[in-house]
Design a protein. Structure first.
Length: 125
């Protein structure tokens, strides 16, 4: 089971650098893919800022039925500052890390910051 980081989806949606590798990973791992509510909202914010609300609609219609949307349990929000300080992660990465650890998911990302973690599986694309 994998928590897919925001940058993986954005790479595919915006046709950026490693979009084909990201698309292949997503396709090859259907049924094992999760997205955080934070990533879903971030994708929306970024696509709207780039004047692409139709692309957000397409993402929601095409991708969300294949994903499980996960939220960080409320009792873990208090741990975000400690994780951020201990691992040198910003807010969104600390959120993703805690969500992955709580659910025993690996994280699939293009963000090198997750390499600092030792207790979750990190797949770098």
């Amino acid at each position: 089971m994998y928590l897919i980081d925001t940058n993986i989806f954005l790479s595919v949606l915006l046709g950026q650098g490693k979009s084909e590798r990201c698309r292949r990973f997503l396709s090859d791992n259907r049924g094992s893919l999760h997205i955080s509510d934070f990533s879903l909202h971030s994708i929306g914010v970024i696509l709207f800022r780039n004047d692409k609300p139709g692309l957000f609609r397409k993402f929601v219609e095409d991708a969300l039925p294949l994903l499980s949307v996960q939220s960080l349990p409320l009792h873990l929000y208090k741990d975000i500052p400690d994780v951020s300080n201990r691992l040198g992660l910003d807010f969104d990465d600390a959120y993703q890390y805690l969500l992955a650890r709580y659910n025993r998911f690996g994280i699939v990302t293009m963000d090198a910051d997750f390499q600092k973690t030792k207790d979750i599986k990190v797949i770098s694309i």
